[in-house]
Design a protein around this ligand. Structure first.
Ligand code: ZN
Length: 178
């Protein structure tokens, strides 16, 4: 308020974000810090390993509102290297609610089994699965009727897949085109 006296009164007028950001709940990858966005610029949904699944009413409500009401121009799915959720999905299931959540990442992995199985180095396979998970979640977003219909009618929203590299601070555009 000291540096910008109108800051909060402008925020109170309402939101008109251009982006829906879907990211991981990991405390090291907060949406605004990763992207440099300001309050009012991102509509945000986060969960373990940035998963988008039609059976998840939370994610579906967020996407529906972002597309039909806010009319966002871009949807970003942003994963990150060293993602604990992705790592856990590579291990054997232990049952329970967390494990059934991780099945969504295992689904993404199984769709890309041929590529993953030839990577013998486990660290590299882990890195690649982070990227593949982003790519598959982008595909899930793009296939939702609410997204598809609006894209066909207006050319928006565009779906973007990014990975944040925790080791370097770099934000990488995977240039997915779902
Ligand atoms: Zn994560």
């Amino acid at each position: 308020k000291a540096s910008d006296p109108d800051f909060f009164s402008k925020l109170a007028e309402g939101q008109n974000p251009g982006f829906l950001y879907i990211g991981c709940s990991d405390s090291r990858v907060p949406a605004e810090e990763v992207t440099g966005a300001r309050p009012g610029e991102l509509f945000v949904h986060r969960n373990i390993a940035n998963v988008v699944h039609p059976s998840d009413p939370n994610a579906m409500a967020v996407i529906d509102f972002a597309v039909t009401q806010l009319k966002v121009r871009h949807i970003v799915v942003c994963g990150h290297y060293l993602c604990g959720g992705v790592k856990a999905s590579m291990e054997e299931g232990k049952g329970g609610v967390l494990d059934s959540w991780l099945d969504r990442i295992r689904e993404a992995a199984s769709l890309n089994l041929e590529e993953l199985s030839v990577i013998s180095d486990e660290e590299q396979r882990y890195h690649r699965l982070v990227e593949i998970n982003v790519k598959e979640q982008c595909r899930n977003v793009a296939n939702l009727p609410v997204v598809r219909d609006r894209y066909r009618a207006t050319g928006y929203p565009k779906v973007n897949g990014w990975v944040f590299d925790i080791l370097t601070g770099e934000l990488i555009d995977l240039k997915v085109n779902p």
